[in-house]
Design a binder for this molecule. Sequence first.
Ligand code: UD1
Ligand code: CA
Length: 456
Amino acid sequence: MYKCAMILAAGKGKRMKSNMPKVLHKVCGKAMINHVIDTMRKAHIEDVSLVIGTGAEEVKKATEMKNVLYALQEEQLGTGHAVICAKDFLNDKDGVVAIFTGDAPLIKADTVEKLIQYHLDNKFKATILTSVLEDAAEYGRIIRNKNGEVEKIVEFKDCDEKEVNVKEINSGMYCFDIRSLLDSLEKLNNNNAQGEYYLTDVISILKKEGQTVGAIDTDFEETLGVNSRVQLSEVEEIMKARINRYHMENGVTIIDPKNTYIGDEVEIAKDTIIYPGNVLEGKTVIGEGCTLYPNSRIKDSIIESSVNIQSSVILESKIGENTTVGPFAYIRPETTIGKKARIGDFVEIKKSTIGDGTKVSHLTYIGDAEVGSGCNFGCGTVVVNYDGQKKYKTIIGNNSFIGCNTNLVSPVEVKDNTYIAAGSTITKEVPEGALAIARAKQVNKEGWVDKKGLRK
Ligand code: UD1
Ligand code: CA
């Protein structure tokens, strides 16, 4: 049976008090709308259409890698109207459409699959995902007849005294038989408390035509929607706990899960230990047996096994196995560090490769450089890669010893097995096996202090 999904995301999200469309607010580092799209794909639904309106261009841009279709709802006249605006997506299709909302990112792929399976098994024309709540708040109520069959959904604002006491609520997530939905949309009106075209009215329309509709209940937590920043933080908390639990179940030690922030696309191998305050973002991959001491941010990076990192920032880079980084290192994009290397405190590395076993222990800047293996950088080395206009490259061979407080003025090459004397400013190639000294010779003026009358 053909399946597709539609995600409603045109609403304003007024209560967010934001310049950004609501569905672009991030949960665990990823826009809510992208969580929902990814969940549909995990549930094996390929064709996905987004109904967009508020901030349409921004939403398109944020989802451009997701291979979805768009329908524009210029004026938000209700959830039913939103689906009418996306009719072109459905017109030539026959099968099932799952309709979800872009502001409820906690929904799980197996719940989506269960909903569709239940819908198909029972040959319903519409199936609603519901929850039973002690306090049904302002959710739409599921009204059943004497036989317990779903009769209609009544919006909170349209409830009579009896209906308002119903505890079974509409999550706002459904699946429909596409042809039946299209027919029912023709019959929607806006004669209700809010003057909107309600998608929920499709249920009573189908029912009146003698079609069968159903409901399946799920964990309320999964259907939580975000309408405010407070709810955003509540959803974040739940997703964070879910992600952390997943990694712990896979053999990762997380010492304080409440203070550990892992994006949902991050991979971590077993026996890695994560201390509090770590933020792992994007498509980061962490190998086996690493120790992430407190307070690092690692984004879109590959960390091989047995690496130790402490209080550092690593962006779009790769760190080889058994290497240590930090405290207070800054590894900027397009850097590759080899195995058994040591990158110490207050070291910044940008767009460079550093070979195996090389030590850059303290107070050093390396930019646009290729550094071989087995090198040692003294404290305070600076690669002078920028002349104010252009960036240039420095190349350093294997087993070179760079003395403290050296400047390497790019472009320059330092060959294998060389030594550079401390305090040198290197502007010319250093040949293989040489010692380079590039600093003023020391001059001692004997008796100078007394001559000047400066002795204290
Ligand atoms: C809707 C349901 C309600 C359910 C609740 C669950 C209707 C009429 N009511 O109510 O039964 O309990 O969700 O959260 O559907 N949207 C558009 N265009 C519009 C209006 C809404 O794209 O014109 C989108 C919003 O961006 C949002 C979603 O649809 O993502 C839900 O809209 P919202 O206004 O929040 O519906 P509720 O009143 O909460
Ligand atoms: Ca809502």
